[in-house]
Design a protein around this ligand. Sequence first.
Ligand code: PLP
Length: 371
Amino acid sequence: MIYLDSAATSFLKPATVRYAVSEAMRTMSSPGRGGYESAMRAADTLLDCRLALADLFCVRDPAHVVFTSSATHGLNIAIRSLVKPGDRVVISGYEHNAVWRPLHGLGADIRVARAPLFQPEDMVQAFRELLPGAKAAVCTQVSNVFGYILPVERIGSLCREQGVPLIVDAAQSAGTVGLDFDALGCAFAAMPGHKGLLGPQGTGVLLCRDEAAAPLFYGGTGSQSQEAFMPEFLPDRLEPGTHNVPGVAGLLAGVKWLQQRSCPAILAHERELLGEFCKRLAGADNVRLFRAEDPQTQAGVVSVQVDGMDCEEAAAKLAERGIAVRAGLHCAPLAHETAGTLSSGTVRFSFSPFNTRREALTAAEALLALA
Ligand code: PLP
């Protein structure tokens, strides 16, 4: 199989991740629940992972790196911490349902900053117009449908000027496009552990500024157990219940692997594959590629449409040829609405550090054959 669905989950992982998960299951129990060896080993692994993530995302205090079960979990904590029913919230027109649905569920007054694909200047302007009076803003750093890199740094400085707390959805950027959490000054950044950070499914990370973060779940933390309230301090305030220790051990192995290669080198590799893929398809009149004119505004994800062919059918035919891609709306109807692809959806190809040039070209040939 040629796996080109890493935007869903990075199925291709370093061998060290699998090893770390199984070693953790063999040697680690629950952290913070005892001073014996297996508990201490688990506690050390959690701390090492927090330190590695704090280093990767420039978070001054590793206690502000919170483990979650997914990006969705982290986004729900962030949104519930900042938004009350009826509050005005500005979001980009490229948000995932992991942002849109929690805001709807809360009854927020959602204002969508819409701007055409790959036009960062227009997106900044759209946020500038909508931010006055907002209680919070949410922006994805990279669109999961189009690979579009949104100008979060500039949106972050607008938010700071207006005193509006910003939540960054780093689900598609973590591990490739850099994020300097302290410099950006955002309130939260949520990400999965199982995509670009190369950890196992069931892992996620929430970077948070202390004041804003409110618990979503309540329960035991192994600290201040005599109190009826959740501990004030992070990460315990947001991490009740038993940790996913094997998951975090795998995540730590994934992050170490990334740090050895460097995120810019991985982004460059994925962009190169995307470039080869698009070049091979460039002459095909009946294939529509959603490709940025300026390659700096696109990460290693591209959406495609084949004239006269339903996108689900195209993906099914590609699967028959051993090529794994995702078709449809990719849980991001807003992004499709903004780009004008809501009625049809798209076929999405997403590249990973483990894909090769040959795989990218084979996928392009398969698509040409369908078209
Ligand atoms: N946000 C974006 C942009 C995504 O692409 C995804 C997953 O595809 C999510 C949020 C949700 O991530 P998770 O499945 O880890 O909750």
